[in-house]
Design a protein around this ligand. Structure first.
Ligand SMILES: [Zn+2]
Length: 527
């Protein structure tokens, strides 16, 4: 595997001790924290502090207003960070992906980068562009508007203090992969029906952590907040209009709370298998606003506990990693065989939808006497006849077969959607020039806030693994960044290929996970 690495902004100055972590992942005891405070207070820090960090932030509306009704605007938001040696740019766009799918085309990132290089002398390697992954319609000139946001941010840079920490939100999301009693997994989608309740054995994990970077002006006012959270922003709004979804509502709440022109920059995390809660609700209009407000308020709550300091260290690492492409041929034939088996399993039944539904109601309301009032059953019994009982047995047999057929239809729908995706990606992989895919990884340190990225939809376990194994307390992972190569489920999840959409909407062979996690581990050591 070839790997190219660019490291910029590595400072020879070691970081000073810090006491501003909102939460310590390794569980340092309060007494030890106090000892650190005393040590810092009693012994002068001999190492030089990192150079003063400057930052500017701006947002530009990128909503496509001609694509239908708009509920709330989509933005490109830019944060520019600069010290003596390094300039870094973080952009978030309210869009589904940076290239490949949706309205942002593949020339977007190179265009934005070359303009930033030419006009602001910012190296391409130091630009991180994250898609919030909301499904709104972005305007055609989104690249120009992104550059405009970065230029505005660049023009308005001020000296900043830096603080980092974590917040907690566990009410608004759920893992959308269902572990089935069969040992396989299915997923919660609008594209198809869920498996029957009795087939569901367990659910997967979520990551309730909100990763937070706060940049304060020297008068103490907050200039910008970067926050990282893992959840698909796909709840929508009751009107059906374009929306930045829960990330948009959360950012609006944070910005309104902070005032003074502060801007909240959302970075999508490892949300590959994380849905908003109540995603399949058919009783209430689905609404991202309350969910986004909860995320925003949880972020604000955490912000209040973060202290900032002038230790504005800034490092950026950029790498290209080659990841192996999947060969899906075996899985495709297995799914085609399964499709044929399911078709063959359909059973003859006298009922159709019109006769089936009233029977479901009658046999549900009165299981003992479904076909008529009880006295008729009692009368038949007294006369030594069983005609109603025979009718009920016949109806129940037909209903059972009808329900079986409905479940087969639902399974065929899931299978067909996933088979189509597998065939599409198998064709892409077969036509590719090489058996690997180049993916761009970015690592950034801003003060104590450490971020690594991936150009696809990492599932949540990947983020949890990286955070668990990182040598840095405040490590966060941004998916959907600097490109888009579809889903990136774990090797374990990929054993289920074809069963859930993340496993089918994927170009990668299972070995990808180890290679990525190893690269990230190396990157984190350098950060
Ligand atoms: Zn997605």
């Amino acid at each position: 595997m070839r790997m190219t690495t660019t490291i910029v902004g590595r400072s020879a100055k070691p970081r000073s001790l810090t006491i501003r972590r909102a939460r310590n992942r390794h569980g340092i005891q309060p007494a030890l924290s106090l000892a650190i405070v005393l040590a810092v207070a009693l012994f002068p820090i001999t190492t030089a502090r990192a150079a003063q960090l400057r930052a500017g932030v701006a947002k530009v509306d990128v909503t496509n207003t001609e694509a239908g009704p708009v509920n709330d605007p989509l933005y490109a938001k830019a944060l520019v960070l600069k010290n003596d040696t390094t300039t870094a740019v973080i952009v978030t766009v309210d869009a589904v992906a940076i290239g490949e799918i949706g309205p942002i085309k593949n020339d977007y990132l190179p265009q934005v980068r070359s303009q930033l290089q030419q006009e602001l002398n910012v190296p391409a390697t130091n630009v991180l562009v994250n898609a919030s992954h909301c499904h709104g319609a972005v305007c055609a000139d989104v690249a120009e508007r992104t550059v405009q946001a970065v230029k505005q941010a660049h023009e308005n840079m001020v000296p900043v203090n830096v603080g980092a920490g974590v917040g907690h939100e566990d009410r608004i999301m759920e893992n959308r992969r269902l572990k089935l009693t069969s040992g396989r997994e299915a997923d919660v989608r609008h594209a198809y029906a869920l498996p029957p309740d009795e087939a569901v054995a367990a659910v997967g994990p979520v990551d309730p952590e909100i990763g937070i970077l706060r940049l304060d002006r020297q008068n103490g006012q907050t200039l910008a907040v970067v926050y990282n959270f893992a959840c698909h922003p796909i709840q929508g709004v009751p009107s059906g209009g374009t929306t930045a979804d829960l990330a948009g509502f959360a950012s609006t709440a944070i910005e309104a709370s902070l005032g003074e022109g502060a801007i909240a920059v959302f970075l999508q995390g490892c949300a590959g298998d994380v849905n908003p809660v109540l995603y399949k609700d058919v009783a209430n209009p689905r609404d991202a606003e309350p969910l986004g407000n909860m995320l925003g308020l949880s972020t604000i709550k955490a912000l209040n506990g973060i202290e900032s300091s002038d230790n504005g260290e800034l490092r950026v690492i950029q790498e290209t990693l080659e990841l192996p492409r999947a060969d899906l041929a075996g899985r495709i034939s297995a799914m085609e065989a399964e499709q044929a088996r399911l078709l063959q399993s359909l059973k003859g039944t006298s009922l159709n939808l019109k006769t089936f539904i009233p029977l479901v109601v009658k046999y549900g309301v009165s299981p003992e006497f479904p076909s008529y009032y009880s006295h008729r059953y009692l009368h038949e019994k007294m006369m030594g006849r069983d005609h109603l009982a025979r009718l009920d047995a016949e109806n129940r047999g037909n209903m059972e077969r009808y329900i079986h057929n409905v479940h087969v239809m639902e399974e065929l729908t899931r299978l067909q959607t996933n088979l189509n995706l597998l065939e599409k990606h198998q064709a892409t992989n077969a036509a590719a020039e090489k058996r690997t895919i180049d993916v761009e990884l970015v690592g950034m340190r801003i003060g104590d806030f450490v971020l690594v990225s991936f150009p696809g939809e990492l599932t949540v376990q990947i983020g949890l693994n990286i955070k668990r194994d990182s040598p840095h307390d405040l490590t966060f992972v941004a998916g959907c960044s600097n490109g888009y190569i579809y889903y990136a489920p774990t090797a374990e999840q990929l054993k289920n290929v074809g069963g859930a959409q993340e496993d089918s909407d994927c170009l990668l062979a299972p070995e990808w996970q180890k290679l990525y996690e190893q690269s990230v581990a190396e990157m984190l050591k350098k950060l």
